[in-house]
Design a protein around this ligand. Structure first.
Ligand code: IPE
Ligand code: IPE
Ligand code: MG
Length: 246
């Protein structure tokens, strides 16, 4: 039976975040260049977006380039950026036709003007869509995001708009790139690594983590469904007591 026909909405993740890892290893295992893994990774992303829509996921967040990925060889960075540009050119119209709203989080100040305009184009085109929200973390680092939020709040205090004693968690959340988007329910990392690598540190306070062995290019709807099944066995207590406890 498919997950969709067996839905217990309370136990279904509305927001799924994915650390798409293992492109290089997938390629290496096939004696291919790392670039082939990244290319195949884009296909897995396409399939996963489609699967997420079919499953009724409301928000899908994907980690596509981290603020630490600048330490990779220039040629690899260049190729990853080329794939992003190609994805925008080839896929955004289709995502738009499925009423998907695209939101891009991450730093923009160190990107080229052309790239920033492309990202803005995707967001503008799809901003009124009411289907699934696709959040793309590009040139993203959680510590950088939190630092920007602290700076913005400090500026408001300096301008006399805000009293430091009145700063709440909601103020901080409102200054994150993810403002207005609910926290992830489920975080998946492919390729067997069990770490966050500077992804959504604030937002994942109570997220359930599922790590899968598959490399990202081999990810598909079946693997996604298996992570949701695993999620549904979890008891989310938020510091309280088990739901079965009377
Ligand atoms: C994920 O795959 C893609 C990016 C981080 C951009 P990797 O490129 O990290 O692949 P591995 O982890 O080296 O196998
Ligand atoms: C995390 O993967 C970043 C993305 C998937 C975009 P990395 O491959 O960069 O993470 P580390 O270096 O293994 O922690
Ligand atoms: Mg990696």
């Amino acid at each position: 039976m498919s997950i969709k026909t067996d839905i217990d909405r309370k136990k279904f993740p509305e927001h799924v975040a994915i650390i798409m890892d293992g492109n290089g290893r997938w390629a290496q295992e096939r004696s291919l260049p790392r670039s082939a893994g990244h290319k195949q990774g884009v296909m897995a992303l396409r399939d996963t977006v489609r699967a997420a829509v079919e499953l009724g996921i409301k928000v899908l967040t994907v980690y596509s380039f981290s603020s630490e990925n600048w330490s990779r060889p220039q040629a690899e960075i260049k190729y990853l950026f080329k794939l992003l540009e190609r994805f925008v050119r080839q896929d955004v119209a289709e995502l738009h036709s499925h009423s998907i709203r695209i939101k891009i989080i991450g730093q923009r100040s160190n990107l080229t003007r052309k790239l920033v305009e492309m990202l803005e184009y995707c967001e503008d085109l799809t901003k009124d869509n009411t289907g699934m929200t696709l959040v793309v973390a590009f040139n993203y680092g959680a510590r950088n995001e939190m630092t920007s939020a602290v700076k913005a709040l400090a500026q408001r205090v300096a301008d006399g708009e805000l009293n430091p004693n009145e700063i709440t968690e909601q103020h901080i959340a409102a200054h994150m790139g993810t403002s207005g988007i609910p926290d992830p329910d489920l975080l998946i990392r492919t390729s067997g690594e069990q770490r966050l690598s500077n992804f959504l540190l604030w937002q994942c306070a109570y997220t359930e983590f599922v790590f899968v062995r598959e490399h990202w290019p081999a990810f598909n709807k079946d693997v996604l469904e298996s992570t949701i099944e695993e999620f549904r066995t979890r008891d989310r207590r938020y510091g309280g007591l088990a739901t079965s406890t009377g």
